[in-house]
Design a protein around this ligand. Structure first.
Ligand code: PSU
Ligand code: MN
Length: 310
């Protein structure tokens, strides 16, 4: 049992993350659901390692977040990262699942909502992911809206993402973010990114062009004070790395049909659709997904490094 955590349910910080946070070194939180449930094995483990490597090359400390045997971890060792990638018993944990998972001694990968919560609680200011969860296209019938949105509306953290997954209703998700008062800035773009695509076609109200400009927004938010909420930095995948938009639209329609036909619901929807897209594009969606995540992780690290230098 870790000695640095006397209370059994308190999150455990890795020694490296703890040291970095106490000396003001830059730290970037990474989510684990994308590793356990968003990417195919065995590629997922090499991606998990690669993402941590990208954070390090940019001069920051990676803090991958997960729950293992009833302990929440911020910063994983090599064996722990392997378990998240390889153990089929690793569940998918949103924020609301954390307490029962800890109480049951369970293991799980953390979604954006659970990762943002644990990272912010530990004092990590920047978090990188692929695409956020959001309002699903069948919302009017099933009211499926990711818990990511509401959690981000009350958690003070900067999240770098390639927009929201394109399997979602993007305009409805942007509307919900506005209603919830979550600040969204486009990184080098006036359009909200489309996850696998560089643009969703939807406009954003604010654009920033450098890590320095992001850090100015963070400073202004701190100075203003008020209730905690997330800053979403929407960073598009490069056009050269995006999925062919026509292919994207066609396979997405097929995947949504398959989801309906098989009656997939709840937490299973997102992993099912991501997997369907990957199969139906013969891996091209996976490459676009990875390019987006890599770009986000690198940008998050640059933002953390810039913020730590001020
Ligand atoms: N983005 C990806 N792959 C993923 C996810 C996002 O590229 O696997 C995960 C995130 O963890 C996000 C979750 O929080 O999907 C949303 O799931 P749901 O719609 O069930 O809330
Ligand atoms: Mn959902």
């Amino acid at each position: 049992m870790p000695q640095n955590s006397p209370e059994p349910y308190e999150p455990v910080l890795s020694a490296e993350v703890r040291a970095a946070l106490s000396t003001g070194l830059p730290v970037v939180a990474l989510e684990s659901t994308i590793i356990a449930h968003g990417l195919p094995r065995p590629r997922n483990l090499s991606v998990a390692r690669e993402l941590e490597g990208l954070v390090r090359s940019a001069g920051a400390v990676p803090a991958t977040v997960a729950v293992l045997d009833g302990r929440a971890h911020v910063g994983l060792g090599e064996d722990q990262l392997e378990r998240v990638a390889e153990d089929p018993k690793v569940r998918k944990l949103g924020h609301r699942d954390l307490a029962p998972a800890l109480a049951a001694g369970a293991s799980g990968a953390t979604t954006v909502s659970a990762t943002a919560f644990l990272a912010a609680r530990a004092g990590v200011g920047v978090f990188a992911t692929g695409g956020l969860g959001g309002v699903h296209r069948e919302w009017a019938a099933d009211q499926d809206e990711s818990a990511d949105l509401r959690l981000l509306a009350r958690t003070g953290i900067t999240v770098v993402c390639a927009g929201v997954k394109s399997i979602l209703d993007v305009p409805a998700t942007l509307q919900r973010l506005e209603t919830l008062g979550v600040c969204v800035v486009g990184y080098g773009t006036g359009h909200f990114p489309g996850f696998y695509l560089s643009s969703s076609g939807e406009p954003v109200d604010w654009t920033v062009h450098s890590p320095e400009e992001v850090v100015e927004v963070i400073r202004a938010r701190k100075a203003l004070g008020g209730p905690a909420s997330a800053l979403i930095v929407a960073n598009p995948v490069a056009e050269a790395d995006q999925l062919d938009p026509a292919l994207h639209d066609r396979v997405l329609a097929e995947a949504l049909d398959a989801c309906r036909e098989r009656g997939i619901s709840g937490q299973a929807v997102t992993p099912f659709l991501l997997d369907q897209l990957m199969r139906r594009t013969e891996g091209a969606s996976l490459e676009a997904n990875l390019a987006a995540v890599r770009g986000n992780v690198t940008l998050a690290a640059r933002i953390a490094v810039t913020a730590a230098a001020r």
